[in-house]
Design a protein around this ligand. Structure first.
Ligand SMILES: C[S@@+](CC[C@H](N)C(=O)[O-])C[C@H]1O[C@@H](n2cnc3c(N)ncnc32)[C@H](O)[C@@H]1O
Length: 189
């Protein structure tokens, strides 16, 4: 499965022009940048082409970006020379303890990472997550529901954190690719 993921994502980044837009930071991150520290170490899991990582670098953070696609990492690193790019399969990856000030997790759902986020953040560390929900099935019945959040699932999973922002709904309705998402900004208690 991870091999297939790598092959699929490498092909997308090489061949599908739509993915070129991944070089922009996600609006949810930009809109809530007020919560970000101005220094420290950030981790961006399933980073993709580094739109969010570049935004964090501009904010003054050091950034480690992990992804299974060497194409994505190569392109991100070419644009962002200060990025620490790590080629790894997150389904077989263990985060170090109390190491990061910020963790980003955008548009990649792997529930087994969630307890690791708690362990890997430093005290008062910030977690920012946005990913697709099962409301996507209305327009994309072919999507695998296991990779889509259930209603309220994200808020429930982080209910013992200090939740700063949480919402579920549609984003990008004015684009060709509207997305049903849950979005969370939370701090380690
Ligand atoms: C939808 S993209 C999201 C990219 C970026 N976070 C964003 O929001 O623009 C999903 C990313 O997850 C990566 N990915 C998929 N499976 C992975 C795995 N097992 N380990 C690490 N990265 C993975 C893909 O290569 C791809 O870059």
């Amino acid at each position: 499965m991870p091999d297939q993921d790598a092959t699929r994502w490498n092909a997308r980044y090489l061949q599908d022009a739509r993915y070129a837009t991944f070089t922009a930071a996600r609006p949810f991150l930009v809109e809530h940048a007020v919560y970000l520290p101005h220094s420290g170490l950030a981790l961006d899991v399933a980073m993709g082409l580094g739109g969010n990582a570049g935004f964090l670098l501009d904010c003054g953070l050091q950034v480690v970006g992990v992804d299974i696609s060497w194409v994505a990492l190569q392109q991100a690193k070419a644009r962002l020379p200060h990025l620490q790019a790590v080629l790894a399969d997150l389904t077989n990856f263990y985060l170090p303890e109390a190491r990061f000030d910020v963790i980003l997790n955008f548009y990649y759902l792997q529930r087994t990472l969630w307890p690791q986020f708690q362990r890997a953040l430093r005290p008062s560390g910030l977690l920012v997550i946005e990913t697709l929900t099962r409301a996507m099935l209305d327009s994309h019945p072919d999507f695998d529901p296991d990779f889509l959040l259930k209603p309220g699932e994200l808020r429930q999973a982080f209910s013992n954190w200090q939740i700063l922002v949480y919402h579920e709904g549609w984003v990008g309705r004015d684009t060709d690719h509207p997305r049903a998402v849950a979005s969370l900004v939370a701090r380690l208690p």
